[in-house]
Structure formats: structure tokens, C-alpha cells
Ligand binder design. Structure first.
Ligand code: NAP
Length: 329
């Protein structure tokens, strides 16, 4: 059985990517074979498609950190052929060939039953981005921050994690401020639930002051670098900053003052290795009480042959919302 995939190849002369045909026998080992109906494009996939060595750890490589579809073969006791399932994170699309293909083969422990209340498309509209957004919101809740505490700021607002964080926070009654480089998307961000939007420069302080005016009860940061450092210095007493991203940089320059004078918590978010129990609870929330009714307005679909151009746009910060990837040419 042969089928299409997006293959990335890296050698001394550089990285290339294109649609290729492979066979089921070419797939990495695993006890569950899934026919993929849909994957999604995350920032990490964009890095893999560019051959980023921290993400694409072998060549040739099939990216795709998300996949959802139907089980074809299973040697795992709890998983039967015909089951609708999803996989996000673990090593999918990094050290293990991922979801940008008609089929994936994975270890049984990675497989999550498709949550009741979600279609395959809805599950991938969340994908790793939505899962991570939910983790960020949980971190804020676990810090004891309730909607009455004040404004929650979300950076990278039009991105996958950002837009879904806004939707979930607003659904839970929080007042959300969206920080974006795309002022033209104000209307859409407000429809998602943002109370107001701010330009990126508002959260990029260069003054070197150890503390800034306290403005945020909490923050979801997808950006990193100086933005994260600025958020830490402008978060209110006992506030929480959930940090998950690095689109603007991996370095963090800070003093201890936000922590020891304001009791600010910096909560690191890692979706890939989230333990299974917590993973199932999060999918339960995304498909139940936190389910967003307006997902359609931030989701569109592309084919494998269109991934390369979307990757360029994503790395330049020019995409909006979520992009589903169909395993078609
Ligand atoms: N820790 C984890 O487990 C985890 C899981 C998922 C994602 N992530 C990380 O979270 C980040 C977002 O992922 P994603 O999939 O949501 O990506 P995405 O859809 O590409 O969104 C990123 C957004 O960040 C903003 N942005 C881009 N370049 C920027 C820059 N130089 N400075 C400030 N803002 C910039 C843009 O939004 P605006 O134009 O609206 O500002 C962009 O749409 C990535 O770093 C990703 O690796 C981490």
C-alpha cells in the first residue's frame, strides 16, 4: 500500500521538502497503524520543515506533531481497528515520522480515543496548539487567579496557541487583552473573546527597570525573549505567567524581583510529554466545558503540497489561527 507524505530531506547542501510516495513498510515501528484523516500545522512543524536540528532529528523525515483518524491495525489491547483516535506530542513529527502522511504508525501509549463531542476536524482544530492553550489556562487557574482578578494578557494572539487561549479564557469569563502584530485582525480577535488588543511594542520594554507598572493578573506567553521578560516585570502581585513559546527568542533576561517582591509565578508549559492522565483530562475539557463554538472562523484546510508555502508565512509571523493539513496532494 503506497500513499503520499510530505518528506523533508537535509544534507550538507541544505534542506528540501516535497510530496513523496512511501509505503506502510517504510513507517517506523509501533503497535498502532492509523489512517490519518487530518493533521495540523504548528510552529514546531514549520521548524521541522525548515530542517531545524532541534526539531527534525533525522533525515529523511515526515513532520506533523498532530494526527487524527481511524485505527487500521492494532497490537495494543485497548485499541481496536475502526477506533477513531488522535495523537499529539510525544515524539510524533520529531524523532518519529509524523502526521503529514496518509498513515502513521505509533506506540499504543501515544494514542488517545477521539473525545466524545469532537469530530476529527474539531480535534485537529485544537491539536497541539489547543492542548497547549488549555495547559496555559489550567496553570493560571491553579495559581488561584479568578476572572475578577483583572486582565489576562495573551501574546502571539493571532497564532494557534494565542487564538485558542483567548477563546478558552473568554469562555471561562476572564477579561482578555490580545497582543498582536496584526492590528487588522482586531475584529476577529474581539469575536474570539478579546476585550481589547494591544500592539506588540506594548510588551517589549527596554528600560532595564527591575519592575514595571503591574498591569496583568496573568499572562499566556507564546513569544519568549524580551516579551516574556517584560511580562514578568509587569504582572501583578501573586500573578502567573504561563510560558510556552519562543517565536521571538529563546533567551530570558530577568532579575529575581518579580518573584521575590511580587510573588509572580513563572509556569513552564510542556505539551509533548504531558502525562497520560492529565492528557485525557485536558481533552475532556476541550471537548466538554471548554469547547469553543466559534472554531470555524479561525480554521482553514490545506493539502500536503501547500504546506511549504504556509511554513514560510508561519515563520514570518503572517498566519492566522489554525491550519488543518489533509494528507492529499
Ligand atoms: N511548550 C509547548 O509545549 C508548546 C506547544 C505549542 C506551541 N509552542 C510554542 O508556542 C509558540 C506559538 O506556537 P503556534 O503553533 O501557536 O505558532 P503560530 O500559530 O505561528 O503563532 C505564533 C504567533 O506569534 C506572533 N509572532 C510571530 N513572530 C513574532 C515575533 N517576532 N515577535 C512577537 N510575536 C511574534 C504572531 O502573532 P501576532 O501577529 O498576533 O503577534 C504569530 O502568529 C511557538 O514558539 C511554539 O513553538 C510550545
Amino acid at each position: 500500500m503506497s500513499f503520499p507524505c510530505l518528506m523533508v530531506r537535509r544534507d550538507e547542501s541544505g534542506t528540501t521538502r516535497g510530496v513523496e510516495t512511501i509505503a506502510v513498510e517504510d513507517l517506523p515501528p509501533g503497535d498502532v497503524l492509523i489512517e490519518v484523516a487530518c493533521s495540523s500545522l504548528n510552529y514546531k512543524d514549520a521548524l521541522a520543515c525548515q530542517g531545524h536540528p532541534g526539531v527534525m532529528q533525522q533525515s529523511p523525515h515526515v513532520p506533523g506533531i498532530d494526527a487524527a483518524g481511524v485505527v487500521v491495525e492494532s497490537a495494543a489491547a485497548a485499541i481496536q481497528p475502526g477506533d477513531a483516535v488522535l495523537v499529539t506530542g510525544y515524539d510524533l513529527g520529531t524523532t518519529h515520522w509524523g502526521g503529514f502522511a496518509r498513515y502513521v504508525r505509533v506506540p499504543g501509549e501515544w494514542v488517545v480515543p477521539l473525545p466524545e463531542g469532537l469530530t476529527v476536524d474539531e480535534a485537529m482544530s485544537y491539536g497541539t496548539a489547543g492542548f497547549t492553550a488549555a495547559q496555559c489556562v489550567e496553570a493560571i487557574q491553579h495559581s488561584g487567579i479568578e476572572p475578577a482578578a483583572g486582565e489576562i494578557v495573551v501574546t502571539g494572539a493571532t497564532g494557534g496557541v494565542g487564538s485558542l487561549s483567548i477563546g478558552i479564557l473568554a469562555k471561562l469569563g476572564y477579561q482578555v487583552v490580545a497582543v498582536t502584530g496584526k492590528p487588522e485582525q482586531e475584529k476577529m480577535l474581539c469575536q474570539l473573546g478579546a476585550k481589547r488588543i494591544l500592539p506588540r511594542e506594548e510588551v517589549q520594554d527596554t528600560s532595564n527597570k527591575p519592575l514595571l507598572r503591574a498591569r496583568w493578573a496573568a499572562a499566556v506567553d507564546t513569544v519568549g525573549g524580551n516579551t516574556l521578560a517584560t511580562l514578568l516585570r509587569s504582572t501583578e502581585h501573586r500573578g502567573c505567567v504561563a510560558a510556552c513559546g519562543l517565536v521571538a527568542g529563546t533567551e530570558l533576561h530577568t532579575t529575581v524581583y518579580p518573584f521575590i517582591l511580587r510573588g509572580v509565578t513563572l509556569d513552564g508549559i510542556d505539551s509533548a510529554q504531558c502525562p497520560r492522565k492529565e492528557r485525557l483530562e485536558i481533552w475532556g475539557r476541550l471537548s466538554g466545558p471548554w469547547k469553543l463554538e466559534n472554531l470555524n472562523q479561525i480554521v482553514r484546510s490545506i493539502k500536503l503540497s501547500e504546506v511549504a508555502s504556509e511554513v514560510e508565512a508561519m515563520l514570518a509571523g503572517n498566519t492566522f489561527g489554525r491550519i488543518l493539513v489533509r494528507p492529499e496532494i
